[in-house]
Every structure is written in C-alpha cells, then in structure tokens.
Design a protein around this ligand. Structure first.
Ligand code: IPE
Ligand code: IPE
Ligand code: MG
Length: 245
C-alpha cells in the first residue's frame, strides 16, 4: 500500500451505497449490508496500516429507524452477529472500540454487547474505532446542551463549554470526512465536529470500498489548503504545514 506523508489524525466515514450495490446485482438490500460489513473490516485494517489513530464510521442514523421494519431488523441482527464475530479479533489487534449515539432504543442483549465491547477494549491503543449507532448530529448537540445546563445551570453556554459534552470529546476532531456512494450530503452525521473537516465524496459504493480508495482520499486530503477562516499568510497553507507546525 502506498504510504502518504501528510495524514489526518482522525477519519470519519459515511458508509453509504449498500442498497444500490445489492440492487445492481439483483440481490436484496440486506445482501448489501452484509457485504458492507466485510468492507468495514478491510477499511479498519487499511486505516490502521496508514498509521491513522482515530476512525469513526456512521453505521445507523436516528433517521434509519424509518426504513422498512424488515430491513431495520436485519441491520440489527447483522450488527449483533458482527459484534460477536469481530470484537475478539479487534481486541487481539489492540483496537479500542466505542459506540456513539442513543442506546435506549436497542434491546438488552445488544446494549450488553456494546458495553462489553467497550469494557473489553478500553485499554487498547493501536486504533480508536468509533461506531455511530442510532446517532444524529442534532441529537448529539441537544444531549450536550442538556448535560451542560444540568451541570452548570448558571454558566453561559459557549462553544468551548458545549464541546466538552459532545460525542468524541476526548479525541481530535475529524480532519477528513469520506462519504461513499456518490451522494454529497452529511445526513445528520457529526454536524458540530465536522465544522472544519475536509470533505471527500467518492463514487465507490460502500461494499466495494478498499485500501485503494483510502489511499486516494488521503492523497486528496494532502492537496487541500486548510485556512480555518484566516487568510493564506496567517494560516498554514497546506495540511503538510499544519502537520509540521
Ligand atoms: C448505507 O447504505 C447503510 C445504512 C444507511 C444503514 P444504504 O442502505 O443507505 O444504501 P443506499 O444508499 O440505499 O444504496
Ligand atoms: C446515512 O446514509 C446514514 C448511514 C450511512 C448510516 P443514508 O443512506 O441513511 O442517508 P440519506 O438518506 O441518503 O441522506
Ligand atoms: Mg444510503
């Protein structure tokens, strides 16, 4: 695999296109979700091999409950099986796994699997792997606001204070967002945390995503000029300069 000098610390991915991948093969949408799990396993490996420390993937949104009940059931079933199959292996590979999003709509068995995986892997250091499940950016901002007001009712709400209660607060902000499947929208993913992320939209449908797509996204990232609201003379001109600053 090609290694690129300038890398993001944190990659976020909207894993989209499973249904279309299946439809093109005359298969049910759920076959696409199954193939999508294999793509995720490959991607974790590729991201780790590129020396990236943080990976956050969007697996199920607050809005995805509105899909046909049979598809939702199958997604939850695949999630359960995927956790049972892959968590021991991820643990062996020193990956720390965490879940962001609401837990209250999942059944007891699934919530137990989620907290057991977090507990088992909490000392691991090779890669921070975060899975957004029943997650929405609107929900995240509201829950942070609620907690902030409960703990500090008399303090004004500022971005700095609110940020301390958002999901992923103890990790660097994602520098790179990749969305597969060709759509160019955020679909309520990490709305706050992506404020200054570089966005890369790729046509590859998620089940076909592989190490070459990661390499391509990293190459594109390395070419971007990040300004953070400043002008060229003030801001490091490229991510390369930010990395070496
Ligand atoms: C992403 O693929 C998986 C989830 C949202 C759970 P989709 O199921 O959205 O696939 P498309 O976009 O319909 O092809
Ligand atoms: C976003 O994909 C959610 C996940 C990838 C989990 P969707 O397929 O649900 O997004 P829309 O509906 O096309 O915006
Ligand atoms: Mg989709």
């Amino acid at each position: 695999m090609t290694s690129i000098a300038v890398k993001p610390k944190h990659i976020a991915i909207i894993m989209d296109g499973n249904g279309r991948w299946a439809a093109r093969r005359g298969l049910p949408r759920t076959a696409g979700h199954q193939a999508g799990q294999k793509a995720l396993r490959r991607t974790i490996e590729a991201v780790h091999q590129q020396g990236i420390q943080h990976l956050t993937v969007f697996a199920f949104s607050n809005e995805n409950w509105q899909r046909p009940q049979a598809e939702v059931n199958k997604l939850l079933e695949l999630l359960k099986k995927g956790l049972q199959k892959h968590i021991p292996e991820l643990h062996k590979n020193d990956v720390r796994v965490r879940f962001i999003g609401r837990r209250e709509h999942f059944n007891h068995e699934l919530t137990q699997l989620l907290s057991n995986a977090e507990q088992l892997t909490k000392q691991n250091q090779a890669l921070n792997f975060n899975v957004a499940l029943d997650y929405g950016g609107h929900w995240d901002i509201c829950q942070a606001f609620e907690t902030l007001k409960a703990q500090f009712p008399d303090l004004p709400v500022t971005p700095e204070r609110l940020q301390q209660f958002l999901c992923l607060r103890d990790q660097p902000l994602p520098d790179l967002l990749i969305r597969t499947g060709g759509e160019q929208r955020l679909s309520n993913f990490l709305l706050w945390q992506l404020a200054y992320s570089e966005l890369v939209f790729c046509e590859t449908l998620w089940p076909d995503f592989d190490a070459a797509d990661i390499t391509q996204a990293l190459q594109e990232f390395a070419q971007r000029e990040r300004r953070f609201g400043m002008v060229n003379e003030q801001a490091p001109a490229t991510t390369a300069q930010i990395a070496s600053a």
